[in-house]
Design a binder for this molecule. Structure first.
Ligand code: SF4
Ligand code: SF4
Length: 224
């Protein structure tokens, strides 16, 4: 039975076209045969914003994005057609082309260029300058207050003025107290008594030295 089947297959193959083609000299219509094949990566550079997400997503570092220079580069012979970059692209500008990259004897890369707009920082600066210019030209319109709001503002102003006056009076009182010698007399007596007690507790020799120093200071004060 097996021999009969094998003979039938052999005879049929003799009169049929071969199942394979002599690639790359002969090519099949891949677009019709395999419409979902991943052959190579296609970038719609007009939609691309050179964000670099595809570069980060590529597992074999086949994509290089140079935002400053405005270049998007792919190495098609390094690409493994995993489509990670296509999935990650936030602008949907990447897609998988059906046909595979042409065979070659020299490895090359494909670079696409796009002129990017000026830096956002420069934009912000310009915006700020424009805003300032506009501000200088037109003064901010004054807000109309309701009578209740006006009353509240008045009350707040009065309270602030009263607080200021109280603070000023406090300061004056402190100055007057500094200028009055009689007020200092009692604390001076206290200090003298405390010093005497300390000196009494000290070593007599050291106490004599301190006393001499104190007397010299008093004499100097009196001379002034
Ligand atoms: S992820 Fe998309 S938009 Fe971003 S650089 Fe790559 S191709 Fe351009
Ligand atoms: S298809 Fe995969 S391997 Fe090819 S460039 Fe995109 S992420 Fe890299």
């Amino acid at each position: 039975m097996g021999t009969f089947k094998l003979g039938k297959m052999t005879l049929r193959s003799l009169f049929h076209k071969p199942a394979t083609v002599r690639y790359p000299y002969e090519k099949r219509d891949l677009e019709t045969l395999f419409p979902h094949m991943r052959g190579h990566v296609v970038n719609d550079i007009d939609t691309c914003i050179l964000c670099g997400m595809c570069q980060r997503a590529c597992p074999v570092d086949a994509i290089v994005v140079d935002r400053k220079g405005g270049d998007w580069t792919i190495d098609p012979y390094r690409c493994v057609q995993c489509a990670s970059c296509v999935r990650e692209c936030p602008k949907d500008c990447l897609s998988m082309g059906i046909l595979p990259t042409e065979p070659t004897t020299e490895l090359t890369t494909v670079t696409m260029h796009k002129d990017m707009p000026a830096k956002p920082a420069a934009k912000a600066g310009a915006k700020g300058a424009a805003g300032k210019a506009a501000g200088a030209g037109a003064a901010k319109p004054k807000r109309e207050l309701t009578p209740e709001q006006q009353a509240r503002v008045e009350a707040a102003r009065k309270a602030a003025a009263a607080k200021k006056a109280a603070k000023a009076a406090e300061g004056e009182g402190a100055k007057a107290a500094e200028g009055a010698p009689a007020a200092d007399a009692a604390p001076a007596d206290d200090r003298a008594a405390k010093m005497e007690a300390k000196l009494a507790a000290m070593d007599p020799e050291k106490a004599a030295k301190v006393r001499a120093a104190l007397a010299a200071r008093e004499a100097k004060k009196a001379a002034e």
